[in-house]
Ligand binder design. Structure first.
Ligand SMILES: [Zn+2]
Ligand SMILES: [Zn+2]
Ligand SMILES: [Zn+2]
Ligand SMILES: [Zn+2]
Ligand SMILES: [Zn+2]
Length: 249
């Protein structure tokens, strides 16, 4: 059952589940969100649904031997890195009980296993790190964590959760997404959609160019899926802009 109003230990006022007008930073895990979230109607306070309604204990299929507990903050001290997205943990987390513990942001712990997009395209969550990510061209994330990826069934399209998160967070920090309805950022599409080989193709023959463009278009659809899995909807406007950028090329 979906609770539209809750009391949460982290805030003294009642919180309401509402859509947002602009991307927000969750006051629980400190990560970004675009999806409807629990908000205070009296002050600026936001909690991801996953953070507001975190479960005290969870298990995760990629960490079969682990039992995860929810914590309001990291009690072990030192820098903790999320084993799904490779980013620091700044607030709420799930952590397993092993001495060499795994950590997960609440939203990262709940990433969907299968994403389905327009035309039935699908992406599958993977922790294997066997394929190169199209954005960073490597199997591990930039800080050396294996991390989770989303991979197409053909294996042609693979994106680290970390890399897609970086892309959106960087643009948000630069103020490109001050509001969802006024998105006028200029995301560097080539960086996200195109591998270095494809960039070479873009300057080649026209048949190659067509192929590269098709590849970009598909890549965009896949990235869009990953973004909505990480940050929630609505991201349609961001992608309408991206698509326009692409067709101008
Ligand atoms: Zn959160
Ligand atoms: Zn409040
Ligand atoms: Zn463990
Ligand atoms: Zn994470
Ligand atoms: Zn990557």
């Amino acid at each position: 059952m979906l609770l539209t109003e809750i009391d949460h230990f982290s805030h003294s006022h009642r919180l309401k589940l509402m859509p947002v007008e602009a991307p927000y930073q969750c006051d629980g895990c400190k990560e970004l969100g675009f999806a409807p979230c629990y908000q205070c109607t009296m002050c600026s306070f936001h909690l991801h649904e996953e953070c507001a309604r975190a479960e005290p204990n969870i298990s995760h299929k990629y960490f079969k031997k682990c039992k995860f507990k929810f914590y309001e903050e990291n009690l072990r001290g030192g820098v903790r890195i999320c084993d799904a997205c490779g980013k620091d943990i700044q607030g709420f987390l799930y952590q397993c009980s092993h001495e060499k513990a795994f950590d997960l942001h609440p939203c990262c712990a709940k990433l969907k296993e299968t994403l389905t997009g327009p035309g039935g395209i699908k992406l599958y969550l993977s922790n294997k790190g066997q394929l190169k990510c199209l954005k960073c061209q490597s199997k591990k994330t930039s800080n050396g964590v294996k991390g989770f990826s989303y991979v197409s069934s053909s294996g042609k399209y693979c994106y680290h959760v970390a890399c897609v998160k970086d892309l959106i967070v960087d643009n948000w920090r630069r103020g490109h997404f001050s509001s969802i309805t006024e998105v006028n950022g200029h995301l560097a599409l080539q960086n996200i959609a195109v591998s270095s080989q494809e960039v070479a193709l873009l300057s080649g023959q026209s048949s190659m160019l067509r192929k590269a463009k098709t590849f970009c278009k598909k890549a965009l659809l896949y990235i869009r899926l990953v973004v909505s899995a990480i940050f929630g909807n609505p991201t349609d406007l961001i992608f309408a802009i991206l698509e326009r950028l692409l067709s101008d090329n």
